[in-house]
Design a binder for this molecule. Structure first.
Ligand SMILES: C[S@@+](CC[C@H](N)C(=O)[O-])C[C@H]1O[C@@H](n2cnc3c(N)ncnc32)[C@H](O)[C@@H]1O
Length: 217
């Protein structure tokens, strides 16, 4: 049961999965999983012990408080006796992390600037994407990469009927990616009702895949 907020991406992924493993029924759910109170009733979900899979390190896009709430939410959605397989990205050399988020191909920059395009389209804005420079910086105190669009000059922007002033160098934060040490993440998971069952990691210890189980099971 893949879950995603993007219907087009979800449909494509479901089609691919169904072609690759036709013997496994695939049920896509288009939703904001952070807001979902319960899984829809469906025969596929009756009487089964559930395993959640949250790959990559998408949990890093939430603040630690939000991440804890999300882990609690996953616990409620999956139910007692369930397990959660989750990816975690650990802190590493600052130069490598900043280089990854300031990628030479400009993919991250294009992704961030697309937010301005969407604001223009969806909220009647007049952002000039080229008037913002993309930057990704490591913030050690918060153990996170902060991605931002920085105004290249003093400018005003119209958005949703309001006028917004940006000074040269002023930043618009577009995304965070929090990096967790294993200890810090496990403490967060424990607060949310999960305990570690098994861990897999790469030889350099830069990322982990954790199998968590409900602390009450
Ligand atoms: C960076 S991609 C994830 C990549 C994936 N974890 C991997 O390792 O390849 C983020 C995906 O999560 C989806 N997404 C982000 N926030 C979401 C939310 N609150 N609810 C549902 N889907 C969400 C996006 O639409 C996108 O498909």
């Amino acid at each position: 049961m893949p879950l995603d907020i993007s219907a087009a991406h979800l449909q494509q992924a479901c089609r691919t999965l169904q072609t690759q493993v036709p013997q496994v029924p695939v049920l896509g759910i288009c939703c904001d999983y952070s807001q979902m109170e319960e899984l829809p009733p469906h025969p596929l979900l009756q009487g089964q012990r559930r395993l959640g899979f949250y790959p990559g390190s998408s949990i890093g896009n939430f603040s630690p408080a939000e991440a804890r709430a999300l882990l609690e939410q996953f616990g409620r959605l999956l139910g007692s006796g369930s397990r959660l397989l989750i990816g975690i990205d650990h802190p590493k050399a600052v130069e490598r992390m900043e280089a990854a988020y300031n990628d030479a191909a400009g993919v991250s920059a294009a992704f961030a600037r697309n937010l301005l395009v969407r604001l223009n389209r969806d909220l009647k804005g007049d952002f000039e994407p080229a008037a913002f420079r993309y930057r990704a910086r490591w913030q050690a105190a918060e153990s996170r990469i902060a991605m931002a669009l920085e105004s290249v000059r003093d400018q005003t922007v119209e958005l949703a009927g309001d006028t917004w002033r940006f000074a040269a160098g002023e930043q618009l934060i577009t995304e965070y990616s929090v990096k967790y040490t294993l200890e810090r993440f496990l403490a967060l998971a424990q607060q949310a009702g999960w305990r570690l069952s098994r861990r897999w990691w790469d030889p350099a210890g830069e990322l982990s895949l954790l199998l968590l189980e409900r602390a009450d099971s």
